[in-house]
Design a binder for this molecule. Structure first.
Ligand code: PLP
Length: 405
């Protein structure tokens, strides 16, 4: 498969990669990334330094936010956010169960308990003001929303609810760089916003994360906790800004390095263009799959500007999801499930409470993620749609068929 012209890097020559005809996601980069990372390698300074500083300023400018703090991954971003908000034992933080497990895990690591909220519906698998309000108890301190698949939650009414009930908001914007609600960037609505730059995200540097906040005290704490609680960085000492340091809180090593920051700075410049390409591919899917009683395409009428991170589809209750996934795998098409509900995982079962998770449990059984990435061709989207229809109509053929074709 030849890569589109705007992806000018040589084709990956990696026999370790499985040979999907259509993978779930695919990295995209240009020769510029290669040159910028090589430049950092040659500079003699690889750990956090000028590239990380520049990345933070660029994120602040882009989002119009006072502070951006780059960290080692999105989980570290969430962990630091919850620590900065001073949770105590017994405190509860409301978060969707239809989510990646990072938010729930880090709420626990910060000393509190996650309390799971349902999503609004199969058509809009996001927490809503109503589902969040239902989950509030006397122990609730905050809300952690997640912009599922890049589609923004209704942040204006969620912010109103939080203000009325004296709660803070953390936004898990791992899926949503470039997404907006009411013209305001996701990540900027809450008290703290968290991004992930994992390899399958819209913006990636392999492993990375970033926290944004308007609040000076939160920012100070986030920066301290990111680097062992030390009041200066190795980079400050290298530049002669300080000779020693004090430790004022027991922190972590959650720093980002300059190699990754340089990679991200290049990727950030293409984010809007890539999100538009994602949107176009989602429109192709919508046209080719059309309206059909056997499946539902979430977010068809949702507002705001999505980052189109995922292409979710909800199968009719009578269709076997595992059969569909096996069929697509046999045709060389990778699919996934976003997400198995957190409250059903072994660790969380019986350890956490909720106020009814009807839609989450329904989606947990029926939701399926189809491939989506900016350089996906129309032929690939059509192949996925045709094979998906075959899967629904004909069931599971023998595995590994595509290897013989
Ligand atoms: C919604 C969500 N939150 C948090 C994370 C955690 O990010 P990371 O993998 O960078 O730690 C992810 C990443 O996969 C995610 O999808």
């Amino acid at each position: 498969m030849s890569l589109p012209s705007w992806n000018t890097a040589p084709e990956p020559q990696n026999s370790r990669l499985p040979e999907w005809r259509v993978p779930l996601s695919e990295l995209h980069w240009s020769e510029t990334e290669v040159q910028r990372v090589t430049g950092v390698l040659r500079s003699g300074w690889w750990t956090c330094g000028p590239e990380m500083d520049a990345l933070e300023r660029e994120f602040e400018n882009r989002l119009g936010v006072r502070h951006a703090v780059a960290v080692s991954n999105g989980t570290a971003a969430l962990h630091l956010a919850f620590l900065a908000l001073n949770l105590s034992a017994g405190d509860e933080v409301i978060t969707p169960s239809l989510n990646f497990v990072a938010a729930a895990n880090t709420i626990l690591h910060a000393g509190a308990i996650p309390r799971f909220a349902d999503v609004h519906s199969v058509e809009v698998p996001l927490v809503s003001t109503e589902t969040l309000e239902k989950a509030i108890t006397s122990k609730t301190r905050g809300i952690c929303v997640m912009h599922y698949g890049g589609s923004p939650c209704h942040m204006d009414s969620i912010v109103d609810l939080a203000r009325r009930r004296g709660l803070w908001i953390v936004e898990d914007a791992a899926h949503a760089p470039g997404a907006t609600w009411d013209g305001i960037s996701c990540g900027r609505w809450g008290d703290i916003g968290c991004f992930s730059f994992f390899g399958n995200k819209n913006l990636t540097c392999a492993e990375g994360g970033l926290v944004v906040t308007e609040n000076d005290d939160h920012a100070k704490k986030l920066r301290l906790l990111r680097s062992h609680g030390m009041d200066s960085l190795t980079w400050d000492r290298y530049r002669g800004h300080s000779f020693s340091y004090d430790v004022t809180v027991p922190g972590f090593n959650f720093r980002m390095d300059d190699l990754r920051a340089a990679l991200l700075r290049v990727q950030l410049q293409s984010l809007d263009a890539w999100n538009r390409l994602r949107e176009e591919r989602v429109q192709w899917y919508r046209c080719l799959l059309g309206k059909d009683p056997r499946w539902t395409l979430p977010f068809e009428t949702h507002g705001g500007t999505s980052a189109y991170h995922l292409m979710p589809l909800v199968l009719g209750a009578e269709i076997s999801r595992s059969d569909v996934m096996l069929y697509l795998r046999s045709r060389g098409i990778q699919t996934s499930i976003h997400y198995p509900p957190i409250h059903q995982f072994t660790y969380y079962r019986g350890r956490t409470d909720h106020a009814g998770l009807k839609h989450t449990e329904d989606l947990g059984r029926r939701i399926l993620t189809l491939p989506l990435f900016p350089q996906m061709t129309y032929e690939q989207v059509r192949l996925v749609c045709n094979c998906f229809r075959d899967a629904v109509e004909n069931g599971t053929p023998n595995a590994n068929v595509h290897n013989d074709e």
